[in-house]
Write a protein that binds this ligand. Sequence first.
Ligand code: ADP
Length: 269
Amino acid sequence: NDQITLQYHITLFGQGDRLLVARDISRLKKLEQTRQSFVSNASHELRTPLTVIRGYLETFLDQPLPSPILRGMKQMEQQTQRMEGLVRDMLMLSRLESTEHLTEDMPVDIQLMLKDIKRDALVLSGDKQHRISIEADPNYDLLGQDNELHSAFSNLVFNAIRYTPANSEIRIVWHTDAQGGYLSVYDNGPGIEAFHIPRLTERFYRVDESRASESGGTGLGLSIVKYVMVRHGGQLKIHSTLGKGSCFSCHFPADMLTTLEKLAAATDN
Ligand code: ADP
């Protein structure tokens, strides 16, 4: 295990002169692995105590309680749910960072997945009554990891619900051409200032820190989307205009597209 990982830099000077710099990055790699496994183990260990706490809270909340205690208990339940979401996303992110795909890429029924996400998004929207539409190319689907893609697309749609006011319009578009497939989520919400955009996929980066806890997000959603896209050979592109709205678009290469016949054959098997 004392393997040395070298990183090379070649600098060219004028006519044919070159300077080669080699750097041993084994220690850096090891540190990164230690960090990843710490986050993964810690998240795993936190799951059980959180489940126990929530179980007790639910039982207590079923009893008649004086109102100040009831208020406190409800707050505790809300914060426990938030922490469970955080632990779930931290685990997902550390899996995405550290492991290769464990199962082969399979055809994914995009239309069905988007309908499923729309249903959950309408529940999240509740009284805010967002209007959600889906336009999907009926001829092509995607090859990939169902759970990862579901998580990435739902993060984008749920963000559109969380960061736009009541009655906003959200369009989910699946479109393909000779270069590849594009899953885009458009909203007509407040938009994002240009200087934030390159940083949105950093862990815990938020445009409005003060709204972080009320948004219900974990601060990890777009990092998850970015990693899922990298693992599918694609890219997340973000366009936004302040006061007009945003578009978050997942670009997949053409070799990740599949036809419905292949999807049907995979389902039959
Ligand atoms: P969070 O859990 O905070 O939503 P994300 O990584 O999913 O974390 O998003 C990062 C930040 O990007 C959000 O906190 C929000 O400020 C901004 N954001 C994401 N989607 C939208 C959107 N559709 N409209 C406006 N801002 C958005």
